[in-house]
Design a protein around this ligand. Sequence first.
Ligand code: ADP
Ligand code: ZN
Length: 526
Amino acid sequence: RWPAGHLAGRAPLEVLSSVFGYESFRLVQAAAIERVMAGGDALVLMPTGGGKSLCYQIPALCRPGMAIVVSPLIALMDDQVAALRQLGIAAAALHSELGYDEADAVGYALDRGRLDLLYISPERLLSPGMLPRLAKLDLALVAIDEAHCVSAWGHEFRPEYRALVSLGDMLPGVPRIALTATADPRTRTDILAALGLADAEVFATSFHRPNLFVSAQPKGSELGQLTAWLEARRGQAGILYCGSRAKTERIATALAGRGVPAVAFHAGLTPEQKRSALRRFRSGEEMVIVATIAFGMGIDRPDVRFVVHLDMPDSPEGYYQQIGRAGRDGEPADTLLLHGGEDISRARFWLEQSGAPEQQKRVSAQRLESMIALTETTACRTRALLACFGETLAVDCGHCDNCTRPVATFDGTEAARKVLSAIYRTGQRFGALHIVSVLRGEDSEMVRRHGHDRLALFGIGRDQAKGFWRSVIRQLIARDALRTGGEYATLSLHEPVARPILRGEAPVLLREDPVVATDKAARSSR
Ligand code: ADP
Ligand code: ZN
């Protein structure tokens, strides 16, 4: 192994080729590295597999002193350290799963300036005495990986990340670089504020992954759909995401019974079981890992050929990150989202039940609605997904399910006009629930209080079930004719799109929704 600091003063490009064996930087890498080399702060937004690590690893080597890398996941830390050591770099990790002797050895090397990179968990970093100890050293930079964990709006909030705001004061003059694969504008603003990175320059790459084939299907016979999918992909490695631990176990067992090599993976396993599952998965064995949505981080393997969601994720960010674990080698990979009305009601129910502060609940509800809209869209799914991150794809992707197969649709122009009128006539101050009541002519306290039963359009949607109207509303949100916002997820018209529909100038094709089908069936059997 090389002694620490032996690359200090070298040019980033030279280190890229001599140490990492790559010829050129990806665009954003070069810019972000230049910024940190010059001592500035940075926020790097890149999709999983984009190459975030080099953005701090290269300046860590080229700048004098040791780099501190804050990371929330022990498995990720250990991986990175092992990979760096393989390249001859003096790297080590400090976290809670380290034995006393190991931690001691790292501490010894640390105090003597013998490390180029120290990976550390936020708990360790903020433990008594640690920051003053580090402040005595010559420091190249502080990297904050998975920076979205600091955002309470994020889907992986870690309260301990909040304390990292003190790094600016504790380690003055040390450049800080925050990195994340979560890119929605709100999380971005939140990271900058919560980490005190007001002066950071933001470096973002496109989140488009052209090798990912996105598709979604309404849930029928879950196991049947899954078996058919796996049948067509024998011998490939894949990840199946479930909404609960119990379900991962159930699915893994069912698959194993059908001769599919499947292993469950969730937070309830012992560290030993987790390690062994990861080891098998990473070894390149042909297998399927059945994981909970909440416990996907760390499942890392370049040749994952497919990702299936057996339950709907609760946000586009989570969904994107999970499907992003497929095809990291750049080869084509397939993704399938199985969704059903019960997913949606369950997610909404848990959201209502959760003890989270009101404001946070509201944001979660909006994320959930965006996710629902994504599953419902009849337009290019890749495009709709990227739109969630504020990114506009110039043309349809051409290879998602909606691009390749025509969707079962119906002429929803009249239905859309009814919805838009109802929202307009009631003053654009109500949520979906109330609008549906008005359309269906339902008697409720709210209807009477606002005199909405006296509106001409009260009850014009009586002939359709609630689920139908909810689906129309979601699809209008999906196509941006409606926007939701505010404390009560109030629906309002997005004029440029809504006007032409209201005037009857823009026909509206809507997806035949599985919820609609169920409701119809229920009514005709009554
Ligand atoms: P992220 O942390 O953004 O998910 P990684 O840093 O793990 O991504 O990088 C993903 C893969 O891309 C790694 O195998 C890495 O070695 C490779 N990579 C990163 N930058 C470059 C580059 N400039 N040229 C070639 N390969 C690169
Ligand atoms: Zn498409």
